[in-house]
Design a protein. Sequence first.
Length: 774
Amino acid sequence: MKPSDNLTTEQYQPSWATGCLLIAVVTLGLGINGFLRLVEIGVGLFGVDSGGRIIIVWISLAIGAAMAGIWFGLTSGTLRHTAVRWLAGLPLPAILVLTSLLPSAESQLQMVIQAGICLGYALIITRLTRCSPWQWRWWPAVFSSGLLLSLPWLAIGTPGSWLDTGLALLTGGLVGWVGGCLLAWRPPQSWQQPSVSITIRLIEGVGLSVLLLILSRALGVNSTALLFLFSAPVGGWLLLSLGRHTAVATVVPMTILFGMFFFGVPLALTDSDTLITLLLFSSFPEGFHLAVLAAIGQALLALIAILLVQFVRNPRIHAVGAGAMAVFGLALIIGGGRATPQGDRWFVVLRDQAVLGDLATITDYNQRRMAVYQRLTNHALTTQTDLRATLDRIGVRYTPYYLVNALEVEADLPVRFWLQQLPEVAEVMPAPHLRPLPVGLSTSVGNEPPPDETPWNLVAIGAPEVWALGIRGAGIVIGQADSGVDGAHPELRDSYAGQTPNGIDHVYHWLDPWTNAPEPYDASGHGTHTLATILGNRVGVAPEATWIGCVNLARNLGNAPRYLDCMQFLFAPYPPAGDPFRDGDPTRGAHILNNSWGCPTDFEGCTPTSLQPAVQALRAAGVFVVASAGNDGPSCSSLNAPLAIYDDVMTVGAVNSAGQLAPFSSVGPVTSDGSLRPKPDLVAPGTNILSAFPEQSYAYADGTSMAGPHVAGAVALIWSANPALIGDIETTEQILRETARPYTHSDGDRCGVGNGVGAGLLDVAAAVQRALNR
């Protein structure tokens, strides 16, 4: 860089002692901030709200400010400007982190706001520093190094919608704009002088690395900013090398371009939903791990780029390199089948929902189910006509639903805002979809042998006493919506409703709305474990019941439309490629639905009322719906997500082998919908539960997900014992509540009567005996 008239070229030569002290200060500050990053992950893992993350980020920025103050006091001249740049950059992440107050599922809205914040901040910095972002030129070295750094993201990433990609590149460029103005205001000494000491270069390189860490501290959604922790320390040195060959008047345009590659490409190709902290320690951490590997790869390639910028001065060579990197990058993403933009989706609920109360009085069970199905589908077809016609006209793809009168719409924010203004629309919520990965998922396998005696949890609820009466759930169909099912497992193979004398028939018995897999599978094991607790040969409550299944969780995340896909299929199954509105057959559907999942607003977009019409319709049709309470306890009102919050479902909390409420079990009262409804309704065993796992294995698991299946199995035994009760939801619930064993521990009503354990502990032996006596 050539110095301009308004720049000082005064050199400052620090002593080795001062240089070492500066490096020590930076190392200490980065170490503390690294620890705070780990704390931030822990905050997300244990479900602390976004306020906790904001406080942690602000603490780390305060430490950065203190570090800048020490640096300022130890230096003078151009090196002192490093501290000023840090201080000038600190407010940006302090403001950006406030976007985390929005739900994680609102990733596109967060990125719009972040882009707006970065634009406003860039304009302010431009005004204060009088920098110029307009003098663009052709920088082959920036393109070649930027494209080189993009290769890891092109190898593992998948773009979002066109708006997502544009917002990411824009935000990255704006962050580069801010950094460029701070550098053009008082350029590093090594940019102004033809030769400087190694000490100066070392200190300035560290200073730029810290600046990039500061500017990226709260960039992106969820844990995206964590990725720049790996690449920013090297990126500062690359920026220092690029700046030495850039005229001062063009520094800002150069850093804008640098920011688009360095920050924008990772933001564009990383699925922020994959970076939800809870997934880091889930059954499917692959997305998180791949993103971290790409960030490390970016850092390593930045080292190579530094050498290329330093020693390759011929712009033609850089231009050829840029072209080669571009072709190679396109081959990576296109060859991996991930080049198609993954558009955002919205769940649009209409105001006019079907009225079904009068159909609950139909005495014939199958006729009742058919009547509910016909009214729901006819009502949805009639009331959705105008909206569907408009969406067809403007070329927006959608999927209609009837169990809730709603549509899933694939579009960006402008269409969402338009939908929210329509008088027939009640609410619009995000429906997050995980983007595809370049690698297959590993299958979780248990490490326990099959049981050699009846598991403790089945004994605790009295299941063996019911079996002794010859009642084992025959004639009852369970609908399982979860991560999937290992249909070949010995615990579950023979009870699959698709088993026929002529072989296995998956038509009407299995649906995977995520990947359209034609037969049952389960990568995580969660669905296999919970279903086997209901009806497994040796580990199940009702071993002679049968099952049909559906996948509503993809890598442990779902959304309202996918949950609804499964609820509709389990209520009225339809053949592959069939139309749920016309080809559904409610007489083939499940009697009981087990739901060992919740749909939280923050991660999956569900509002408190989003799925309420669905459970009301299922109840009207005589389908018994069981929902696990959730694992957000022990705080009062921690039971806050559908389906567990609804009055029309039987909500189940978890107890341990001593009959005491598990500390993780969510409790009421329900505040998310303002009802203050007491929940859960019952408790059942939910700790140290042995059940089936993929590949013919077994595993122990804890959670209310394990408790709910006990109640689903209990209802199967009750209805098998007295078929006259099939479809009689109120009487069945009454039996379960009245026969529950009293809870004797002192913590049962600490959140108010009925808000810890409900009616008490499930006693299936007493419940079946009551059913037989009716």
